[in-house]
Design a protein around this ligand. Structure first.
Ligand code: NAI
Length: 509
């Protein structure tokens, strides 16, 4: 379906943070825009706010003043819904209330023609439910922008039960014409991003609650080893714990208490204490004046004569790590693997990439005296930190040897208490698992899921492409080990991930 023409009128209802931003996007794409808000003067303030934002760009030399005038001239405040009658598309961004949204759409149906497309920017309400009771529910869909709308690329185009395919296609093409990255999703709790991202916060909170490491250490690992723009704790502090906790609760309740979405008592306590993050001055971190900034717990530099690094078996996922060791001047010896798994040996010490078992369990299973597990990195070539955990048989000397090895490669070394799946691997496996379930349940395609996570949250890789790269068999094994370690449903592998792993196929062929 073609996109709407730039001459088509776009109406935006609600001139708050989202509505004003969406109106700006449509006006910048060339459309005449009508902005309505039921608060006296709010629509004009919204337009003034857009002018202010655009003039900041002029001041930075990124836009011409003439362009600002052209864009602003396209935006008109509308005092009533009746003034939106000739709009081709209406985007609603008012208060998050099902009842109020239903009323507004019912009134819109009575003033707009049958060809007008009606959309809601809701982030938590069901599109199916908003459309129920309308005369033309097939003309209503979700258009979920992210904050700030002029900056964030992702738009989730949400189809409710009744939404016509061609309506969703037109919205998709229109969002694309506006320079956005649209994805299709069916109306299910959390849609794509707010659902698939839950483990990013949940696994961090869980690791912290279990005393695996401090928030500053976990954040540093997800940034420096995982390649995420921000770690979960700094991100939750930025979003606000009240908001993040409310989203988690609503997804948890909407999925009838599925433990995969279980909210954290640690976060609940922060909300109860009013430590909402940056906006209140305190969250996981202290933002008050004079407060000391928290630093990751990295090992002090260790000097040690490193024996040759023996690599047993096909290096597979850790091949770039071996290359980095070679480039750092270490002597590398390659041997056949007896266990079938790639392992590194350094003197009497065995080192291996985590597979979801803790070091204690894996050392027992594999009959190893001293085992150090290391975490997954997005790219072992460029990672600047890594998490390690030791089995009880690792003495002080072996501990130092493992530290010295990774320090020699230029990495900060963070020792965790012995925890299954460490940090990055566990987070990525759970993100991929959630993504796989969303695909299994027809919420979105694998391609749209990955696009959404990258465009909406700046993830360094789509979770499914990441899982493909690691090998679905390995990701499935990791999840099974996590489930075994905790004995919890929370870590159960998605059936789709299991089937793909068994079939030896990928999400992205
Ligand atoms: P906001 O509170 O900044 O703005 C809402 C605006 O709607 C206000 O100006 C209010 O006067 C107006 N309004 C309320 N009821 C109205 C009615 N019946 N008719 C006309 N105008 C009415 O809210 P915000 O943050 O812009 O959110 C709006 C919608 O966008 C909500 O559905 C929210 O869930 C969704 N959303 C919010 C995001 C965010 O990060 N703030 C991100 C994505 C979606």
């Amino acid at each position: 379906m073609p996109a709407l023409a730039p001459s088509d009128i776009i109406a935006v209802i609600g001139a708050g943070a989202m509505g004003a931003g969406i109106a700006q996007v449509a006006a910048q794409a060339g459309h005449p825009v009508r902005l309505h808000d039921n608060r006296e003067g709010a629509a004009q303030s919204g337009i003034d706010g857009v002018r202010h934002q655009l003039e900041k760009r002029v001041a930075r030399g990124k836009m011409a003043q003439d362009d600002v005038e052209t864009i602003i001239a396209r935006m008109t405040p509308a005092a009533t819904l009746a003034e939106l009658a000739d709009s081709r598309l209406v985007i609603e961004a008012i208060v998050e209330s099902l009842e109020v949204k239903r009323q507004v759409f019912a009134e819109l149906e009575s003033v707009c023609g049958p060809e007008t497309l009606l959309t809601s920017n809701t982030s938590s309400l069901s599109i199916t439910s908003i459309a129920a009771g309308l005369e033309r529910p097939e003309r209503l869909a979700g258009m979920h922008f992210f904050n700030p709308a002029p900056v964030m690329k992702l738009v989730e185009v949400i189809s409710g039960l009744a939404t016509e395919a061609e309506v969703a296609e037109t919205l998709y093409a229109t969002a694309e014409a506006w320079g956005k990255v649209p994805v299709h999703a069916s109306s299910t709790p959390g849609f794509i991003v707010n659902r698939v991202a839950r483990p990013f916060y949940a696994e961090g909170l869980r690791l912290m609650q279990e005393g695996a490491a401090t928030p500053a250490t976990l954040d540093a690992l997800l940034r420096q080893a995982g390649g995420f723009r921000m770690g979960p704790f700094e991100l939750m502090d930025l979003i606000g714990h009240d908001v993040n906790y409310a989203v988690t609760r609503s997804v948890f309740d909407a999925y009838y208490g599925d433990t995969r979405f279980e909210p954290s008592l640690v976060q609940q306590a922060l909300v109860e204490a009013g430590r909402l993050g940056r906006k209140s001055g305190q969250g996981f971190y202290d933002y008050r004046e004079g407060a000391e900034s928290a630093v990751p717990n990295a090992a002090s530099p260790v000097e040690a004569d490193l024996p040759p690094l023996i690599i047993e078996g096909q290096a597979g996922n850790i091949a770039p790590l071996v290359t980095r060791a070679e480039q750092a001047g270490l002597e590398i010896v390659r041997r056949e693997s007896i266990s079938g798994q790639p392992r590194l040996r350094l003197g009497g010490l065995t080192l291996a990439l985590s597979d979801g078992r803790c070091a204690t369990e894996r050392a027992c299973d594999e009959g190893l005296e001293a085992l150090v597990l290391f975490d997954l990195c997005l790219d072992y070539n460029s990672a600047s930190a890594i998490a390690l955990a030791a089995s009880p048989g690792v003495d002080a000397e072996s501990h130092d040897l493992a530290t010295a090895l990774f320090q020699r490669l230029g990495m900060e070394v963070c020792w965790l208490t012995d925890t299954p799946g460490l940090v990055v691997l566990r987070t990525v496996a759970m993100l991929a698992n959630e993504a796989a379930d969303a695909v299994l349940q027809g919420v979105c395609s694998a391609q749209d899921c990955d696009r959404a996570m990258q465009a909406g949250l700046n993830y360094p890789r789509g979770p499914l492409a990441w899982a493909d790269g690691l090998g679905l068999d390995f990701v499935h094994r990791t999840l099974s080990h996590l489930q075994q370690s905790y004995g919890e449903e929370r870590y159960r592998a998605s059936f789709l991930l299991r089937r793909q792993a068994l079939a030896g196929s990928c999400f992205h062929e």
